[in-house]
Design a protein around this ligand. Structure first.
Ligand code: FE2
Length: 454
């Protein structure tokens, strides 16, 4: 019996072609200060291709160009990697780090656009989303690179890691504000546990190892699985060249963490970390969706609840608890607050067994504990909410949330611009075709791209 792959149907139905459209229809008033590009990546296999795992589908980047109140263009392009043409990841010489789907995230650093997938090298894109090629930081990156690097809002450095199922399990890198790798550090004590995301604070780097680890017996094409014997841990390493001498690993409750919302040192010097987490059953239902197995959740993430860990490095203890009952993923924030205490957090709410019955964007006020939901509507699904600060912002939530909506009833998509303060809709940009639900993206203001005028 052929099992229908959920990542090829409904909101996830791949886009079949690359198009360019100009002068898009806008409802409402696009703030003129939104002058730049919203880029969003996702796994979008070519027509006729059925990947064995959602994350093995080739990456496609969708871009929407806004300038001074107009929506100048939309374009979508596959990231043209060797894997798009069928090159295998595993070769007789080991993994081919350039054989990437490049389909998880797209970021800008030091004026360079990079499409990312955690088992591979980044792929550089032009500002028109054409593929330049694999990028190895002038030969200084010889491992894979996480799809979730962190740009320090103070220094402009890009902090990231590369993980592997084989030693060295975990490498940590820092690129300076000009994009040059200045630190490459092997992190002691790491294991083959799956590491998708991490965090930086002002003074520390925070790694997470959950119960999902390398499993050569898994044949989904991505050989990882849940292990009760894999210890779940948080690794805390001081920032700086000598940090690896002082890395410490702290036991936590079993689970798997895909994404970190933020981390920071509190007033007592403890490290506070938050992110959606699944238990073994939530992971099983989610993974089975990702591979299209019959016993799966209805959503790509099931039973994913926000958890807070407070690591007391002096006492050597961790306090942790689930802090919200809404199933969520794709946490975001005003990235000016990355690494310091943030009041506001945003996420996509999913309609699994506990949600409110639909998709939405949720805003958390961590000071008051209040939660506000923007319901997105029937048969509609939002993408990750990207926060863009307002010009001259004076409050943390003074800005906009940008999300791309997949609308199944209209077989269409829109870019929504919401006021991040009240979650009210400010503007809608109508896109020329439906954009399949995907993963992560970034707002890239023109000020980040020297001489951007196209
Ligand atoms: Fe991710």
């Amino acid at each position: 019996m052929t099992v229908e792959k959920p990542y090829l149907t409904g909101h996830y139905t791949p886009v079949a072609d690359e198009i360019t459209a100009t002068e898009l229809t806008v409802e409402g008033d696009l703030p003129p200060e939104l002058t730049g590009r919203l880029l969003r990546n996702g796994h979008n296999p070519k027509p006729g291709v059925t990947p064995t795992h959602w994350f093995k589908g080739s990456g496609m980047v969708h871009g929407i160009r806004l300038r001074e109140g107009r929506a100048e263009w939309y374009r979508n392009r596959w990231v043209h990697t060797p894997a798009l043409d069928g090159a295998p990841y595993m070769t007789e010489h080991g993994p081919d780090l350039a054989a990437s789907t490049a389909g998880t995230h797209v970021i800008e650093h030091a004026g360079r656009l990079l499409a990312l997938c955690e088992a591979n090298l980044p792929f550089e894109l032009t500002r028109d989303l054409d593929t330049v090629g694999a990028y190895d930081f002038d030969g200084k990156l010889r491992t894979a690179m996480t799809a979730h690097p962190k740009e320090d809002p103070v220094t402009g450095e890009l902090h990231f890691f590369g993980s592997s199922p084989f030693p060295p399990y975990l490498m940590y890198y820092v690129a300076d504000a000009k994009g040059r790798i200045v630190d490459s550090i092997e992190v002691p004590g790491a294991t083959a546990s799956l590491k998708h995301d991490f965090a930086i604070t002002r003074h520390h780097v925070v790694f997470i190892e959950g119960n999902v680890t390398f499993d050569p017996a898994d044949h989904s094409g991505i050989p990882y699985g849940w292990s009760d014997t894999q210890p779940a841990r948080i690794g805390v390493m001081p920032r700086g060249k000598d940090g690896a001498r002082s890395v410490r690993w702290f036991s936590i409750e079993p689970g798997n963490v895909l994404h970190v919302a933020n981390a920071y040192e509190d007033g007592q010097g403890r490290i506070v970390l938050e992110g959606p987490t699944v238990d073994d059953e939530g992971f099983r239902l989610s993974w089975n969706w990702w591979i299209g197995a019959p016993e799966r959740g209805t959503e790509p993430v099931t039973r994913s609840y926000t958890r807070r860990w407070v690591v007391d490095t002096v006492a050597g203890s961790v306090d942790e608890q689930i802090i919200d009952d809404l199933p969520v993923e794709f946490p975001t924030l005003n990235e000016e607050y990355l690494g310091v205490e943030n009041r506001y957090q945003y996420a996509v709410a999913f309609p699994d067994e506990k949600g409110f019955g639909g998709y939405g964007l949720v805003k958390y006020d961590r000071t008051t504990g209040a939660r506000r939901i923007h319901q997105i509507g029937d048969a509609r699904m939002p993408s990750e909410a990207v926060f863009v600060p307002a010009a001259g912002a004076t409050r943390e939530d003074d800005g906009y949330l940008l999300t791309v909506v997949s609308d199944l009833k209209q077989d269409a998509s829109q870019l929504l611009v919401l006021d991040a303060s009240g979650l009210d809709r400010i503007a809608t940009v109508h896109l020329p075709h439906r954009v399949s639900s995907g993963l992560h993206g970034s707002w890239i203001p023109d000020t980040a791209l020297d001489g951007a005028d196209d």
